[in-house]
Every structure is written in C-alpha cells, then in structure tokens.
Design a protein around this ligand. Structure first.
Ligand code: NAI
Length: 310
C-alpha cells in the first residue's frame, strides 16, 4: 500500500547510505523527492554531483519523480534554496528528513577546533538550517488555510543518546538533534506538524570507511540475511512521514537490523531529599553513592545494543 501518494519530501544527504534508501522507498510510496547531497568525503571535504544524480536516475527509472540538489546543509541561505527546490519543482513541501552527516572522530583531548566545528556544522546547524525554513513555510501555509501535515524527521545516533568514546563532537550534535525534534514538535504540533528523531544502525561509509573497527561486524555474510543493510531504516521513515503517523509526537526511535526500539530519554530514576537544612556535601555524597549502587541509573551502552540484536 502506497503511504505517501501526493506528498513532497526533501531528504538531505540522500546520495548515499541511509538517505539513499530513504529516498528510494519514499519515492516508491508515491512521494516526489528532492535528493540533496553535497557528495563529499565522509569527513566533509570535497564534493561531487554524481551521488545525488545517480539516486535521481534510480528513482526516475523506477517510475518515480525526483530532482537533485547539491547544496550544503551547513549554509543557512542554501538551506532555504533546498526547501524552495521542493516548492518550485513540486508545488509544496510535506516532509523534511535531516539526514546529511559526516564524521571526524577524535578523543576530546586530541580534537581540533576545526573537527569540532565541521561536525557540529553539518549535523546540528545543518538540521537547524533546514528545519528553520521548513517550519516557517508550514506555519505560514497553515495560517493561510493550507494544512500540509508537515513531517520533520531528524537523524540522531546511539552516539548521542547512549554515548560513544571518540565522538564528543558527533554525539553532542546527535543528542541535540534528538532534543531539537522533541522541542520543535512542541512548537509545531498546533500547525499539524510532527517532529521525531531516528537513531539508525546500518552499514554505510560512516560505519565502514570512517570507523573500520565496526566494519567486520556489519559485513554481509554470503547466504545470510543482511541485517545491517541501510534499507532496514527506510520503512520507519516512510511510516513516520505518512498521515497514519499523525499522532506520533516528539519520539526517538532506534532502528536497524529489523528492529525498532522505542527510546525513553532522561527520566527520574530515584531521588534523595533533605528538608529543613542544607545537605552537607559529604553526607549528600554518601546518599548518592547508595542510590547509584542500586543500579537504577545504569545506562545501556552501544556495545550491548549491537550484541543484543533483538
Ligand atoms: P553516508 O556517508 O553514506 O551518507 C551521508 C551523506 O551525507 C553523504 O552522501 C554525504 O555526501 C552527505 N553530506 C555530508 N555533508 C553534507 C552537507 N554539508 N550537505 C549535504 N549533504 C552532505 O552515511 P550514513 O551512515 O548513510 O549517514 C546518514 C545519517 O545517519 C547521518 O546523519 C549519520 O550520522 C546517521 N547515522 C548513521 C549510522 C550508521 O550506522 N550508519 C548510525 C547513527 C547515525
């Protein structure tokens, strides 16, 4: 059943990996797609038109509608043009998937200012740039009586919601884009918009070339079901983008290997209280150590998730 007939989508970084699969499946479900991709190296350097052009060709040869866009999500004015590309070519915008991404892994003590800025710029500022122009458009259209059922889907990561050594730049941005989805949802639900985030797990340049330590575990084994294909991420995005998901607000889903995890963020595990006089720091420490020893705040690690599978 086609879930997105008549919808128009922008997907950033859709020339490769997870974004490419999202673009192909959204188009298969009837959406007209702007395939944005700068076509750079995984560290954000360089550029090429061919990744976005190739995906557009694939969509068109399967009978779908798509246009390529090669601008960088890091540029605020270019981000406006990416949104306008959808409106100019297809008459409107319903769906924005913020997916473009790069990696520059370093331990905090070795991280250069450039590595920090480049990663924050693509993931956090890039997601803001696109969301800023899309939400302004959806609000303006809603006020004019044109309800577009806008959908914002941000791409977070286990690195942001669970934490991963060597990725303080990336993980900080990925935690922020999950929070951004929750906050924008609160701002935009009155205009018929939903905002949610996904944290994918898949084989792509970012988990093979940029992080060779994860590559072997994600390799496709001959004759076996391909658990790590990025194609497993796309069905969730199609559904979140559809009218059927109109009541899904500010959620974060981890997705991959045939699983979708409904994530729950910061929540109170337990509490220590003292009334009438202030805590002595050492006394407070004793109480907190007792609570921490109960393990109620123990966090899942990325390793547990990958090994756990189900
Ligand atoms: P990928 O490297 O295959 O695809 C990312 C695409 O984004 C590339 O085609 C690249 O050219 C494009 N891009 C980079 N900077 C851009 C910019 N400034 N403007 C426009 N396009 C730009 O990697 P993958 O894995 O498909 O990544 C997609 C998203 O999923 C990223 O946000 C990534 O952080 C996220 N993610 C991926 C995970 C995985 O297991 N592969 C895990 C968690 C999150």
């Amino acid at each position: 059943m086609a879930l997105l007939t008549g919808k128009v989508a922008v997907i950033t970084g859709a020339g490769r990996g997870i974004g490419r699969e999202e673009a192909l499946l959204l188009a298969k479900h009837g959406a007209k797609v702007v395939v944005n991709d700068l076509g750079g190296h995984f560290d954000g350097t360089g550029q090429s038109r061919s990744p976005a052009e190739d995906v557009v060709k694939e969509i068109r040869s399967a009978g779908g509608e798509a246009v390529a866009n090669f601008e960088s999500v890091t540029d605020f004015k270019a981000a406006k043009r990416i949104i306008e590309c959808a409106i100019d070519n297809f008459g409107k915008l319903n769906i924005l998937v913020n997916n473009a991404g790069i990696l520059r892994d370093r331990m905090m003590f070795n991280m250069s200012e450039e590595d920090w800025d480049a990663v924050i710029s693509v993931h956090l500022k890039g997601s803001f740039n696109l969301a800023r122009h899309a939400t302004a458009y959806w609000r303006e259209q809603h006020k004019a009586g044109n309800v577009l059922n806008g959908r914002l889907i941000n791409t977070s990561s286990d690195s942001g919601i669970l934490g991963n050594a060597g990725q303080s730049n990336y993980g900080s941005a990925k935690a922020a884009v999950a929070a951004m989805a929750i906050i924008v949802d609160r701002e935009m639900s009155r205009y018929g918009v939903t905002a949610n985030a996904i944290a994918p797990i898949a084989r792509s340049r970012l988990t093979v070339d940029a992080t060779p330590q994860t590559a072997a575990g994600m390799a496709q084994r001959p004759g076996e079901w391909d658990a790590f294909t990025p194609a497993h991420v796309a069905p969730l995005v199609v559904w979140l983008a559809s009218d059927d998901a109109k009541d899904v607000h500010g959620e974060v889903f981890r997705v991959g290997m045939g699983n979708v995890w409904l994530m729950r963020g910061w929540h109170t595990g337990s509490k220590v209280s003292k009334k009438g006089s202030m805590w002595e720091p050492a006394e407070l420490g004793t109480k907190l150590k007792e609570e921490l020893a109960k393990g109620v705040t123990k966090k899942e690690s990325m390793g547990e998730v990958m090994g756990g599978g189900a």
